[in-house]
Design a protein around this ligand. Structure first.
Ligand SMILES: CCOC(=O)Nc1nc2cc3nc(NC)[nH]c3cc2c(=O)[nH]1
Length: 386
């Protein structure tokens, strides 16, 4: 296992190596204070300091190099100060590999109640107890620093689509000003010296010239990586993919590109083909808690009565026990009677499949056969579950 570097001293600088390209698809490696991240990477979401229904070691054994923590949730409960007092988020949750935290912006906009947005930041009330909180670019980076996050996000404003051009422009310009303030705070807290990274977030909605302006102006800031934000907010997949075709070519080539909140296996495959390196999505974990299994041959809804007497496992060729050792009949039963083991086995299966897909993508790029891999994988999904 990677030794945990005391991030107070001069650690190895954050770095990204672009190892190979195959069309627009990229194979790379990020180095953070808690080890290496093989890209393209899928980052399981660990919202409240846990990947729900999974042990940290299980998540690691499936091949995850990084998990995501949510600033908004952790600042409310148990608070960043308490986690810092207990040695930081890695120690708190028993995850000794890379952690990426979001800035909280997106969740404030989507979860919290009454809120007021100004140039300074956003005032909001907790969705738990209505208590008042304030989040600025500086406070967001301070919280992520207290958590000891290896990859931090600038505070941004993500707006829902569809939206008018001047609204998209306003939010994008604000996010650019907040990128500069986030960067200043990150450097004030010695983030670069700790080997941590701060990502800028490209906004601009579905407006091509605003996307390009956002990507170019962010690229002038010395960020360690860049996210594509403001997508997967309800727009059709075709619009998301079109925006990637416009945005990634305008982003720095030598830095990681992270598409936030994406996505289904198909979204990921198509986004890798358009130059994306990092992904996060609640899909595999949330779907697992709702009886939905992802497999090599598409989705299987285990609530469906057709599985009630099916003795076959989800996929006997899988090296994940949840996938190869339990019958569909048993999984159907567990889901129907709402047993906790259902969520555990299906979350395990889904994360195993996502990491299997990512490993397949990385190998295909390494061997220069990504396009063939993409076609074959889509054909397997189209065959559906036999
Ligand atoms: C994960 C980093 O979050 C942030 O700091 N800001 C941010 N988060 C997003 C999360 C998103 N999830 C989805 N779809 C499920 N779309 C998202 C967009 C953003 C965003 O623009 N900005």
């Amino acid at each position: 296992t990677e030794t945990t570097i005391d991030t107070q001293q001069d650690a190895k600088p954050f770095s990204f190596k672009l190892l190979k390209t195959d069309g627009m698809a990229r194979r790379g490696e990020i180095t953070t204070p808690h080890g290496k991240v093989r890209t393209p990477a899928f980052m399981p979401v660990g919202t409240q300091a846990t990947v729900k229904a999974m042990y940290p070691q299980q998540v690691r054994d499936l091949g995850a190099d990084v998990v995501l923590g949510n600033t908004y949730h952790l600042m409310l409960r148990p608070t960043a100060e308490r986690i810092a007092k207990l040695g930081g988020l890695h120690k708190f949750m028993g995850w000794d590999h890379t952690i990426l935290t979001d800035s909280g912006g997106f969740q404030v906009m989507s979860l919290s109640g009454l809120r007021k947005m100004t140039e300074e930041g956003v005032t909001f009330s907790s969705h738990h107890d209505g208590s008042k909180h304030f989040m600025s670019p500086e406070r967001s980076v301070e919280i992520q620093g207290l958590l000891g996050s290896d990859i931090q996000m600038q505070l941004d404003e993500c707006i829902a689509l569809p939206a008018e051009r001047d609204e998209v422009d306003r939010a994008m310009q604000l996010s650019l000003r907040w990128a500069e303030r986030s960067r200043a705070q990150f450097e004030k807290m010695g983030g670069p010296q700790k080997g941590q990274g701060l990502y800028g977030i490209v906004q601009g909605g579905d407006v091509p010239d605003l996307r390009i302006e956002s990507a170019q102006r962010l690229g002038e800031l010395p960020m360690e990586g860049y996210s594509v934000g403001g997508l997967a907010v309800g727009e059709p997949q075709a619009v998301m993919l079109k925006m990637l075709e416009i945005t990634t070519p305008a982003m720095p080539k030598d830095k990681p590109r992270y598409l936030m909140g994406v996505g289904t296996p198909e979204d990921i495959l198509e986004s890798v083909a358009r130059g994306i390196d990092q992904f996060d999505c609640v899909m595999p974990t949330r779907a697992g808690r709702h009886g939905l299994a992802y497999t090599r041959f598409g989705k299987v809804n285990l609530k469906n009565a057709r599985h009630a007497e099916d003795p076959r496992p989800l996929d006997e060729l899988s090296n994940c026990e949840a996938t190869s050792k339990y019958s569909r009949a048993y999984l159907h039963h567990l889901v129907r009677v709402n047993e906790g083991l259902a969520a555990m086995l299906l979350t395990w299966n889904n994360l195993a499949y996502y990491q299997y897909l990512m490993q397949g993508i990385r190998d295909a790029i390494d061997e220069g056969r990504f396009e063939e891999f993409r076609q074959k994988t889509k054909e397997d999904w189209a065959r559906g579950d036999i």
